[in-house]
Design a protein around this ligand. Structure first.
Ligand SMILES: Cc1cc2nc3c(=O)[nH]c(=O)nc-3n(C[C@H](O)[C@H](O)[C@H](O)COP(=O)(O)O)c2cc1C
Length: 190
């Protein structure tokens, strides 16, 4: 009988330790909230998720953008120029459990696509206590995109972001950028 009691107590202790570890892991979990149209940012996000084990959430405009490049740029420009916050599809589940949120976007007209601004500023998510890390992919330069993500989350604290420049689309040469991305992740201790 005594032996069984000791075994039961040991099992309880190990279950408690396990639950505490899980809680700790959940509280420190990283989310990558991302938007991508042609696949470059998506490919970067997939790589980061693989390396870090972070969860991912895709930000999408409720009304999809045109699949052709030129009409898409016209649509996107109209939103940026007129400061339109378009409706987006859904929000991440259990947002509270994430301490760190990487916000990954393509540069659209020198800044973040407007659906991302909806996600950051108009969706009702609470950014207090979060650490936001901005990331973008672009054809020429990031302009103010990283700063604009910081500005859009004034309640959060922030860590150094990353701009990945690529002249290709559809994630074609993203694997060449992995060393740069990995070095950045290492610097951030992610
Ligand atoms: C609507 C639109 C606007 C863009 N505006 C810019 C820009 O202002 N500066 C830039 O360097 N690249 C610009 N690009 C290129 C994208 O930022 C670049 O190709 C990015 O890597 C695409 O990411 P994605 O494949 O995840 O959509 C634009 C692309 C699109 C579709």
């Amino acid at each position: 009988m005594k032996k069984y009691l000791i075994l039961a107590a040991a099992a309880m202790l190990s279950l408690t330790a396990c639950a505490q570890n899980n809680k700790k892991m959940n509280e420190n979990k990283t989310l990558i909230a991302w938007f991508s149209w042609s696949g470059n940012t998506e490919a970067v996000v997939n790589h980061i998720a693989e390396v870090t084990g972070a969860d991912t959430f895709r930000i999408e405009r409720e009304k999809p953008y045109p699949v052709e490049y030129d009409p898409c740029t016209v649509d996107a420009k109209q939103e940026v120029d007129n400061n339109v916050f378009p409706a987006i599809k859904g929000l991440p589940e259990n947002f509270d459990r994430y301490k760190t949120v990487i916000v990954a976007v393509p540069v659209w007209w020198y800044t973040a696509p407007m659906p991302v601004r909806t996600f950051l500023e108009k969706s009702g998510l609470n950014w207090k206590g979060k650490t936001v890390i901005p990331l973008c992919t672009a054809y020429t330069a990031e302009y103010n995109t990283l700063k604009d993500i910081v500005k859009a989350t004034p309640d959060a604290s922030h860590l150094e972001g990353l701009a990945v420049i690529t002249t290709k689309m559809n994630g074609e040469d993203i694997d060449k950028k992995f060393p740069q991305i990995d070095a950045w992740l290492k610097k951030l201790n992610l």
